[in-house]
Design a protein around this ligand. Structure first.
Ligand SMILES: [Zn+2]
Length: 379
């Protein structure tokens, strides 16, 4: 396992790409011109105008903004309406009631109260639970099916409603360094369909959970032909802002009434207390990610701070050692209850996905780390 020389990304990340020992996220941030956000905003505006000329929208909305109950949603919705001067319709693929947190529900209400129209789609809860278990068993990822429905619902409804311009917040290629979704430029989100979570394993496995076909539609990303027919364009807003990072977004959103989860970093492992507010099972995935690739969510958070010179690599290592892989037993218990397995069964499945080159599997204990954070490990 190799580390990026500048941050704490490892080369075990899916679609990782290093040049001269530096990861693509660090390479991008070295290239970003921080003093020209106005130019970027102008570029984005030109693209939006072109996209809207291609196809007349059916109704009164200019565009669709994909939202959750999280911190980015608040800012995205406001920015599209107030800064870009568009009439947005918000679309949210909600979690099933047993998965959605109280905070997530509050934050969605908060968003509507600020004067937005919102369409919410919710997948059948029983099917969602079955698919979550199947995702875990088959891919070692408790959120795969959930992510499939989150990403697919927005373009699916955009096509149905005849509104062709879609906005998402962050560009995954730039933010965490997933090179598979790189588009023709930093705003282009039309390659989102190549996201690992959407492509890995195809879609046939969905049929194996014994649910009705029509309930699975919800999870399928519309194909390129449908995109082309409706002239669908997805844009990332992030690159047009000079201050797009997790920390700035949560500060902004909190000022607008978003509820955060203060003091829970020892339970969730989330040092920002602001990500994944709408449900808690993602925390399990963040733990699993650590056991698979040698880095977790704390690493992603500190990497952003390293890139803007707010944290040194050594200070970051200390934080990572404390919080990467943290996910409280209570969250695991809730997930087990949701999908109908025992905690023993959970760890039996999880242990199959742990990277044994960098972790030791232990009986009735969490896996033990063999490597030293920030130092290349050859085993
Ligand atoms: Zn890096």
């Amino acid at each position: 396992m190799r580390y990026c020389k500048q941050c704490l990304s490892t080369d075990l990340r899916p679609n990782a790409h290093f040049e001269n020992g530096v990861c693509i996220a660090c390479m991008y941030s070295d290239k970003i011109v921080f003093d020209k956000p106005a130019v970027k905003l102008h570029l984005l505006q030109e693209k939006i105008v072109k996209s809207r000329q291609k196809q007349r929208n059916k109704g009164a909305y200019d565009c669709i903004v994909g939202v959750s109950g999280g911190k980015d949603s608040t800012r995205q919705a406001h920015w599209v309406r107030d800064r870009l001067g568009l009439r947005p319709l918000l679309i949210c693929c909600a979690y099933p009631p047993k998965q959605m947190s109280e905070i997530g529900a509050q934050n969605l209400s908060n968003l509507i109260e600020m004067g937005f129209d919102l369409i919410m789609a919710t997948p059948a809860p029983q099917t969602a639970a079955k698919l979550a278990l199947e995702s875990f068993v088959k891919f070692g990822n408790v959120c795969k099916s959930t992510e499939m429905s989150l990403f697919s619902t927005v373009p699916r409804l955009a096509i149905e409603l005849g509104v062709n311009t879609i906005f998402w917040g962050e560009n995954p290629a730039l933010q965490v360094g997933d090179s598979a979704v790189e588009g023709i430029d930093e705003f282009d989100g039309n390659s989102l369909r190549k996201l690992n979570t959407l492509t890995e394993g195809g879609s046939d496995w969905l049929n194996q959970v014994g649910s009705h076909d029509y309930l699975l539609e919800h999870y399928l990303y519309p194909d390129e032909i449908e995109f082309e027919k409706q002239k669908i364009n997805i844009f990332y807003l992030g690159p047009a802002w000079d201050d797009w990072s997790n920390q700035d977004n949560s500060t902004y959103a909190a000022l607008q009434g978003l509820s955060l989860r203060p003091g829970e970093e020892n339970i969730t492992g989330d040092i920002s207390n602001a990500s994944m507010l709408d449900e808690e099972f993602t925390n399990i995935n963040m733990m699993l990610k650590y056991y698979k690739f040698g880095f977790g969510r704390a690493t992603d958070s500190v990497n952003e701070l390293i890139r803007i010179n707010k944290l040194s690599r050594d200070e970051a290592i200390e934080i990572v050692n404390k919080y990467d892989g943290v996910c409280d037993d209570s969250i695991i218990k809730n997930f087990c209850r949701y999908v109908g397995i025992s905690v023993e069964e959970f760890w039996r499945i999880a242990n199959k996905w742990i990277n044994k080159d960098i972790f030791d599997i232990k009986i009735a204990e969490r896996p033990g780390r063999k490597f030293v954070t920030g130092v290349d490990y050859v085993g």
